[in-house]
Design a protein around this ligand. Structure first.
Ligand SMILES: Nc1ncnc2c1ncn2[C@@H]1O[C@H](COP(=O)(O)OP(=O)(O)O)[C@@H](O)[C@H]1O
Ligand SMILES: [Mg+2]
Length: 387
């Protein structure tokens, strides 16, 4: 439904919430954020800010009562309240049912198994002790990847264990899953969108390069440098996954392109995603606008890429902690096709996501040349205090 008076409630006021609000502004949609502080990125641009805890049942219920559509920018929210709001007839997208599965990496993996979605082989464990016993008894073998079922994001709940020594030092505590090490050739992501009318659209696959230390995506390349056949297979797989989850809104599907050419689903995020930031500056429709179209059951937008693009996450420099100070922004803005996005976080710390830069060019090679310059010149420092 298109209505400039409808209130869109968004759980979470970080950068994804901010960019969602910015995308809603041209249509005059009313964006309402629930999060701990209006000083967070979305607080600067939303129509209405409610201070509260999106993990608290009462806070989410009270927030949702006068909203027309509810959505999220982070999946770790109180879904019991969302179930209740849905029962009372509210539009909740993504559905609390899908969120309950996706929030828990163990349930997510079981969902893939049940729905014949290719994924790395895995087993669930009550805790790290049970996993250790499985390794000692030869039921599970090194090397493998251990993932916390609920605590993880940005690589924080993921441990890659290769040696017996790693078993002593790297195991993460608590309920977890162990997963076979994927023979990764390239990591890609495909963002799919679906509206309540059942229309589905997918953005072209992007390639993700990881920061070796921070385990964060450092560089993103769109379109991914993969064959047209694999790109088409990845798009079909993303459509299959969003349909299986029965989601309205966006679903970012992270995949491993394995050495033998197979695609495995790694994990999904039912919201705008880091791997779709570039669409603001390089695609016909941005992922944020697409999310709004999808949750409001509007026609989905054209997902075509206008120009090749690279996206660099602007991470807080190592050794810098405190009030943020950006260096080299003006020099970067002098270059055609360099789009700087700062999230408006007051404080920086090592590897904190403070913004991103999208670089568009006629060819991906030209974009790489500009990116080299940007990487060398644009720095996220603290004003005075260093670690
Ligand atoms: N089974 C696996 N085999 C090899 N590498 C993996 C595997 N699972 C995860 N990784 C690596 O760890 C990264 C983070 O894992 P992921 O499950 O995506 O967690 P996060 O929620 O932190 O993004 C992946 O992008 C990939 O580089
Ligand atoms: Mg991931």
């Amino acid at each position: 439904m298109f209505s400039t008076t409808q209130k869109i409630g968004i759980l979470g006021g970080g950068q994804l919430g901010k960019m969602l609000c910015l995308a809603a502004a041209p249509w005059d949609f009313k964006t309402c954020i629930l999060d701990a502080s209006p000083d967070f990125p979305a607080g600067q641009v939303c129509s209405e800010f409610t201070v509260g805890d999106f993990n608290n049942y009462d806070n989410v219920l009270a927030f949702g009562r006068d909203k027309d559509v509810l959505t999220i920018e982070i999946e770790h929210v109180n879904t019991e309240a969302l179930h209740e709001l849905k029962r009372t007839g509210k539009a909740v997208h993504p559905s609390p049912e899908a969120l309950d599965i996706i929030k828990d990496k163990g349930l997510q993996k079981e969902f893939y198994r049940m729905n014949n979605i290719p994924t790395a082989p895995f087993e669930l464990f009550e805790n790290e002790q049970d996993l250790l016993e499985a390794v000692e008894s030869g039921r599970w073998n090194l090397p493998f990847v251990q993932k916390s079922r609920t605590a993880g994001y940005d690589g924080k709940g993921v441990a890659i264990l290769r040696t017996a020594e790693d078993l002593k030092t790297k195991l993460l505590p608590g309920p977890c899953l162990a997963e076979g090490l994927a023979p990764i050739q390239t990591e890609i992501a495909v963002i799919a969108a679906r509206n309540a009318s059942g229309e589905v659209a997918v953005f072209p696959a992007v390639e993700m390069d990881f920061h070796p230390e921070a385990n964060l995506v450092e560089l993103l390349i769109c379109p991914a440098r993969i064959s047209a056949l694999v790109a088409a297979q990845a798009e079909v797989l993303a459509e299959q996954v969003i349909s299986a989850f029965d989601i309205c809104g966006l679903l970012a599907v992270e995949m491993f392109l394995c050495a033998d050419g197979q695609l495995w689903v790694n994990e999904v995020a039912p919201r705008p995603h880091n791997s779709g930031h570039h669409t603001i500056d390089s695609a016909v429709t941005s992922q944020y606008q697409q999310h709004l179209r999808a949750i409001c059951d509007l026609p989905l937008g054209d997902t075509a890429q206008i120009q090749p693009a690279l996206m660099l996450n602007l991470l807080g420099a190592d050794g810098h902690k405190g009030p943020v100070h950006y260096e080299g922004v003006a020099e970067c803005l002098a270059i055609s096709g360099v789009h700087v996005h700062l999230y408006g976080k007051a404080l920086t710390s090592p590897f904190r996501k403070m913004g991103h830069v999208t670089i568009t060019a006629e060819t991906i090679e030209d974009a790489f040349k500009k990116a080299e310059f940007v990487k060398n010149i644009l720095k996220v420092h603290s004003e005075s205090q260093t670690l």
